[in-house]
Design a protein around this ligand. Sequence first.
Ligand code: ZN
Length: 253
Amino acid sequence: MSFFGRNRAPRGTRRSPTPGSGPGPGYGRGAPSSQPPSPGASSAVFGNTEGKPLYLCSPFVSSALVKGNFKTIVVLPKYVDIMEWVAVNIYDFFTNLNEFYGVLAECCTQHSCPTMSAGPNLNYLWQQTSGKFVPMTAPQYIDTVMSSIQIMLDDETIFPTNNNHEFQRTFPGVSRHIYRQLLRIFAHIYHAHFTHILHLRAEPHFNSLFAHFLAFGKEFDLLEVREIMGEPGQPVGAGLLWEKWRDLGTLEK
Ligand SMILES: [Zn+2]
């Protein structure tokens, strides 16, 4: 779906479409979930002898708050401007992911995560404004990303909440940039901290948030499959969830 050529509906203060105010699932903690692994297995990254990550193993892979396909909650509602819809959803994904990471932050340190890992052979590098790529620890990388996104979200010229301000023509590009960076944080959490998610019994919430994020990204052309799956020889671990959930019918084929 294209970002361009739509008229905008009047709008007021930006509101999250998910927590209790719309058709979305909401991702707060506290609901019951699948059993976490036994204490003896708790530090294992891999769930079986085949080396398959736990998040791809049953029952965790299909653990979700929302049953069925996410398509229905991502499509553009009638009379809502597409830019506004993308903006409120990005705001919501950022807020929810930030809350999850806030809980995990004490487990994600420069010692536990010296690189921004997202798969056995994949470490993301940070691109400086000069264009140079530099390694960062995962907490440094994530803090840098989240701070920069927060600044953009607070910038009325990029994410206008006032009817006197229009979205700029650069908004689709900005949205794709933010989406790509949020994907990397999801990918790091799945790769490095899924056992922590299990200990919190938060995997149904986190899976639902990620599936919603992927479905929305595909619907509005915010993510390329290459970014979800990774490059040859450097697969994104969580990219396999994309394939698995498409097989299970959680996401569209
Ligand atoms: Zn980490």
